[in-house]
Design a protein. Structure first.
Length: 178
């Protein structure tokens, strides 16, 4: 048995074994705490993502207008992707903007050249809105300065929210660009 002497000194093999065991147990406990903290963060994030999707679906199912659904999705996108701003633009596509795609990636296509971004690109990024196979418009996402690209799960939820807006626009029978 190791007795306290108010100083750190290891005199024999039993004390070495005790010190090593205490170190190993301490490392295991600290790693378990880090893992538990990460899991809690994931659960909280997943719950928030699901909550946003459910609230938007309830609005659409409850007879909310297409405009209300689009506005709800716009606000959700700002919070979800930590954006400086976001606006919805009806109609034809103008310019070549980087695009948040269905796979959660951010891409820019110009002719045969394709660029994939690991960070938010400069300026706005578009998230196209379709419903019933028709293009209705796009959300123009304005990232906050020096903010990293959100996690893939958040980007996939953003795409699902945009699909809800597209379905609401299609159900409303709004005209779409030819």
């Amino acid at each position: 048995m190791t007795r306290p002497y108010q100083r750190f000194a290891i005199a024999d093999g039993d004390e070495v074994q005790t010190a090593v065991l205490l170190l190993v147990v301490g490392l295991i406990v600290s790693q378990l705490a880090v893992h538990a903290r990460r899991l809690r963060t994931v659960v909280v994030s997943d719950t928030a993502y699901l909550s946003g999707l459910q609230a938007t679906a309830r609005l659409a199912e409850g007879g909310g207008s297409a405009q209300e659904v689009v506005e709800r999705v716009r606000r959700e996108l700002v919070d979800l992707l930590e954006l400086r701003g976001c606006r919805f633009e009806y109609g034809a596509l103008l310019g070549h903007l980087p695009r948040l795609e269905h796979d959660g990636g951010v891409w820019l296509r110009r002719g045969t050249r394709i660029t994939q971004y690991a960070e938010w690109p400069e300026g706005e990024t578009e998230l196209r809105i379709t419903g019933g196979g028709h293009y209705y418009g796009r959300f123009l996402l304005a990232p906050a300065p020096d903010r990293p690209l959100p996690p893939e799960q958040a980007r996939l939820v953003a795409v699902a929210l945009a699909a809800q807006a597209g379905a609401a626009l299609d159900t409303a029978g709004l005209s779409h660009p030819s």
